[in-house]
Design a binder for this molecule. Sequence first.
Ligand SMILES: [Zn+2]
Ligand SMILES: [Zn+2]
Length: 319
Amino acid sequence: MACQQSGFQPPTLELRVEALGETDNLNEDIRLALTVAIEDSFPVIPKPSGSDWLSVQHEDGQTVQQFQRTPKTRPTTRCHVISIQPIGDFSSPRSPDLDIVCEFSRLFFPGCATELLPSVEFDNKIKKRIDPFSNQPQYLVAGIIAHLKKLQRKRHNRQELFSIGVTMSDIYPRPDWNFVYGSASIDDGIGIYSFARLDPLFPYSLSNSAQRPCTEPERVLILKRAVSTYVHEVMHLFGLEHCIYYSCLMNGCNCESEMDRQLLYLCPICLKKMYLSFGKERFRIKEMYQGLLELCRKVEFQEEVHWYENRLRLLNFNT
Ligand SMILES: [Zn+2]
Ligand SMILES: [Zn+2]
């Protein structure tokens, strides 16, 4: 039913090839990563169903050429720091490990220094309300972004490219919206992302406490959703729009179950955009894939371990 609203059709091979553009003049490793065994490693985006993002949102897609024409932020030697600013309480045993989020950030954004700042409290001036559906406090996005801007001015770090606020509290963008996972002021390079709803126990109640330690599968699930939200949103700050070509970290998503279907990798089209933005000196695909494989092993993201092992083998990058 919802499918008829957007009428989205998965793109044909011809459209995918056109969106990727020329690869002949690229460095050997990235050229291989964008052209070898694509059908084996990158499933085409499926036809959406139910309340999937593409059932209800119209997306034109962004080809590599369109991306190249868009004004965007690129890291430079002078300006390359991504600051992660935790806001509010992260002491719950159910909070994702922010050091691991930083480790993924360093691999996905090579040449950028990701720094985890000491936690700050919510400023009293930030507007909040109690969400009638979850019965949890929610903070207004605009107030948090203004607060992040103030903190950024105080730090006065000229090397800072982006300031990314992360919080375990629920957030909302406008009075008529019930919640949002994240929001950004692209011109300011400031984003705020909430991990509140990534916990399968959300919304917490007395019988279902935010203080209950995670089971191992819960820890992996919450961490993976947090990494996925963070990397996806920071890629938006680098100018990448939603991907409509393959199953990809840059697919739009409406709910956690849709988020869980997308593994932590970029399709060839999104990968080429990042490569062109970061440049061949920073963006070394072989090292990136090897680093991601090791980190996924460490945090037990099993599906990603299989994907990166398989991809490295197909590319003959194991040496
Ligand atoms: Zn998005
Ligand atoms: Zn993509």
